[in-house]
Each structure stands twice: as structure tokens, then as C-alpha cells.
Ligand binder design. Structure first.
Ligand SMILES: Cc1cc2nc3c(=O)[nH]c(=O)nc-3n(C[C@H](O)[C@H](O)[C@H](O)COP(=O)(O)O)c2cc1C
Length: 190
């Protein structure tokens, strides 16, 4: 056990998605910290094919919400994680064959969610949205495709606490999804 793990573990463990936000704005400084976490995320071949669009204008967020069934009601900020197809072409990354880029998007999304949580902010990724609708609402250029909307905001203190289904917190343990040495192999003794 290192000091770093002692610090990181509770951050990873306590992060949960937040879907109800208070009206307080998210500062530029906090958003830049969240973006910095994306900057340092794992990236296949270090290709860096993502482009983030930060949106805080409430009217624009409302428009995006109209074509995004997965979105919460009026988050104060959105980071739209886009894939840059022009850069992919330049680097000869074949997006139709190369699944690694989807992992890059996930890695950036996870780093950002953890950074937000460490800053005291709530976040929730959204993939349930109309690609063409979001493209139109945000006037995205042809070479950028929206892949994830990361909602950011301060947790609404008046929102009821999230109720976990009975047993949900213990439902999924490390041993549920891990085999050792061969599929089905048990964990070694401690
Ligand atoms: C790729 C991806 C897409 C998601 N899309 C949505 C979404 O459209 N709307 C939403 O409310 N939550 C979305 N979520 C959040 C998950 O529902 C959430 O992470 C899951 O229920 C586990 O909750 P926890 O992160 O608090 O442990 C998404 C999560 C991931 C990883």
C-alpha cells in the first residue's frame, strides 16, 4: 500500500454519477482542471484524436438536451468529447477498423469524471443522444463527430440521495469479473 494508492482509492471508490445539479456555474478554472485530466489520459499510439467542446451557455445546453434523451435536466456545463476525423485521416488511423480510439474516448471520459469528483464536482457521461441533432445544435464542423456529452455541475444538495437497489453495493465484486491463470481459475490465497 503506497501513499498514492491511499489517496486515489477513496476517490475512485466514492465517485458516482450525478444527474441532478444545482444552478451554481462551473468555473473556467475547474473546467480546465477537468480538461487537464483528459490531456494526461491513456491514448492508443499517443495519437490524440479527441477534441473537446466546452458549453456553458444555458440556451445551448437546453437545445442539446432536446435531442439527448440520456441527458439530465439542465446541467450547468457540458464537455462534448468529439472524435477528430481529419486528424485520424492525417495519421492514417482507420476508424472503421481500429477500435482503440473508442478506448481513448473512454479513458479521457474516466479521467475527467475522476478529476471532477476530486474537485467536488458531479459528472455524468451521456451517450444516449442524436448524433445528427447534437451536430446541428452545436454547429459542429464535418470532421468532428460528437461521441460523449460529459455533464458537469455541483450536486443539488436538495436532490434525494440515490437509492441503490437492495444488494447493489455488494453485487459486483472483483471476484465476479476476474479469473486467475485460466478462465474460471480461483484467486490465490492472500
Ligand atoms: C459509455 C457510457 C455511457 C453512459 N451513458 C449515459 C446516459 O446516456 N445517461 C445517463 O444518465 N448515464 C449514462 N451513463 C452513466 C452510467 O449509467 C453509470 O456510470 C452507471 O449506472 C454506474 O453508475 P456509477 O458510475 O455511479 O457507478 C453512461 C456511462 C458510460 C460509461
Amino acid at each position: 500500500m503506497t501513499e498514492q494508492w491511499t489517496t486515489l482509492r477513496p476517490i475512485i471508490r466514492s465517485r458516482r454519477v450525478v444527474r441532478t445539479y444545482g444552478p451554481q456555474p462551473v468555473t473556467t478554472e475547474d473546467i480546465r482542471s477537468v480538461l487537464e485530466a483528459a490531456r494526461w489520459a491513456l491514448a492508443a499510439g499517443n495519437a490524440r484524436l479527441l477534441h473537446c467542446l466546452v458549453v456553458r451557455d444555458p440556451a445551448t445546453i437546453e437545445l442539446v438536451g432536446k435531442v439527448s434523451p440520456g441527458m439530465s435536466r439542465q446541467p450547468p456545463a457540458l464537455v462534448v468529447i468529439c472524435l477528430d476525423h481529419a486528424r485520424a485521416r492525417d495519421l492514417r488511423v482507420q476508424l472503421e477498423r481500429d477500435t482503440a480510439v473508442w478506448m481513448d474516448i473512454g479513458a479521457a471520459m474516466m479521467n475527467m469524471s475522476l478529476a471532477a469528483h476530486a474537485l467536488g464536482l458531479g459528472s455524468c457521461p451521456v451517450t444516449s443522444f442524436s448524433r445528427s441533432g447534437v451536430r446541428t445544435m452545436l454547429d459542429l464542423p464535418e470532421h468532428l463527430s460528437p461521441e460523449v456529452l460529459l455533464q458537469l455541475g455541483w450536486r443539488d444538495p436538495d436532490a434525494p440521495a440515490r437509492v441503490l437497489r437492495p444488494g447493489a453495493s455488494t453485487r459486483y465484486t472483483v471476484d465476479d469479473f476476474t479469473s486467475w491463470e485460466r478462465i474460471g481459475g480461483p484467486p490465490p490465497p492472500e
